[in-house]
Design a protein around this ligand. Structure first.
Ligand code: AHM
Ligand code: MG
Length: 341
């Protein structure tokens, strides 16, 4: 008989909470509500090609980008799944300029939810893998409705983070600071089942992932690093392969499983790159660090950055410990080529 146990995400969360004496079950309730939202989003995403849901709404989000219907649907679904549970005091979504308040008629709780409802949305029409990303913090204000300061906490204060990738299979990956675990969705029973317990990212990979179309705007260190990855060296398994989906959640998911590095650097055109600290970089960094990987803006650990605004952007270098360390050496000008200077 197979020795592998069948564990749903709900059971995993409850057992994780049991390990913490004094836990009220509040946190399990929060994650359970979120899981329901992912199932609802999965249902819409998986029939995107069948129904007349694709196409632009004609509106622009706070970053000036066109919003697709599925983004709005996902944004709305998470808010509606989470506003009434009594677990949260405030939310913030990548699609909304300001924090999202809990309605007056519902109780408030001690947690803060920050989410990117549908990352990689420019790929929706091509049926490429996209995903939802989330971060959970404990509130810092004492009670009642939460405020901006509850959201603007550095990433190391996250108490949980995760993402749900809607791909050829759908998978939920999360951490509460006790390792990174993956659950594959079985649509026939409507459950996320433990499939990847305690994920460990390889110490070094052989894949790099970056939008090389931006090469002309890259800084010198970045250009030299990518050249280094393309040189031949048997010992370090170079040249690396290049893979870039253009959907961060999918690119980082692959990096987590296979190793290597995903990068969205700052450059002369966009000094802070494209990705958002609160919605994308912080949760992915917590997940990757919990799997033994590393994440940085080239100079500092992402999780140590003090956010100043909800939608601030940051350069991101994330993946295998050794790969990110070498990238940092190039970016900081401490290394120019294969040999350390
Ligand atoms: P989004 O949240 O609006 O989808 O934008 C973020 C996405 C990331 O998923 C992806 O890594 C990046 O944008 C791709 O950007 P680019 O097309 O500049 O390479
Ligand atoms: Mg995004």
């Amino acid at each position: 008989m197979s020795q592998s146990k069948i564990v749903t995400i709900e059971r995993h969360i409850i057992e994780g909470e049991r390990a913490h004496p004094g836990a009220t079950g509040d946190f399990s309730g929060l994650l359970r509500d979120l899981t329901l939202a992912f199932k609802v989003i999965w249902r819409e995403v998986s029939k995107a090609g069948l129904v007349n849901i694709l196409g632009l709404t004609g509106k622009k989000n706070v970053h000036g980008e066109e919003v697709k219907k599925l983004d709005e649907f996902a944004d709305d679904t998470i808010y509606r799944a989470m506003d009434h549970g009594g677990h949260l005091c405030v939310m913030a979504s990548e699609e909304n300029e300001d924090v999202l308040q809990i309605p007056d008629n519902y109780p408030t709780g001690k947690y803060v939810l920050i989410y990117d409802p549908l990352d990689g949305s420019s790929n929706i029409d091509a049926l490429v893998t996209i995903g939802t990303i989330f971060s959970i913090y404990r509130r810092v204000t004492p009670k009642g409705k939460g405020m901006l300061q509850d959201c603007l906490q550095p990433g190391y204060k996250q108490i949980a983070a995760g993402y749900c990738v809607y791909g050829s299979s759908t998978m939920l990956v999360y951490t509460t600071g006790d390792g990174t675990h993956g659950f594959t969705f079985d649509p026939s029973i409507g459950e996320f089942l433990l499939s990847h317990e305690n994920i460990k990212i390889p110490r070094r990979g052989k894949i790099y992932s970056v939008n090389e179309g931006n090469y002309r705007w890259w800084h010198d260190g970045m250009k030299k690093y990518v050249k280094y990855l393309q040189e031949e060296d048997k010992e370090t398994k170079r040249p690396y392969s290049a893979r870039y989906i253009g959907s961060m959640v999918a690119d980082v998911h692959r990096t987590l499983l296979y190793g290597g590095i995903f990068m969205y650097p700052g450059d002369t055109k966009n000094p802070n790159g494209k990705l958002r600290l609160m919605y994308e970089a912080n949760p992915m960094s917590f997940i990757v660090e919990q799997a033994g990987g590393r994440s940085s803006n080239g100079h500092k650990r992402i999780l140590d950055l003090q956010p100043e605004s909800l939608h601030q952007r940051t350069p991101l270098f994330i993946g295998s410990e050794e790969d990110v360390c070498i990238a940092e050496e190039f970016l900081q000008g401490k290394r120019e080529s294969a040999r350390a200077s």
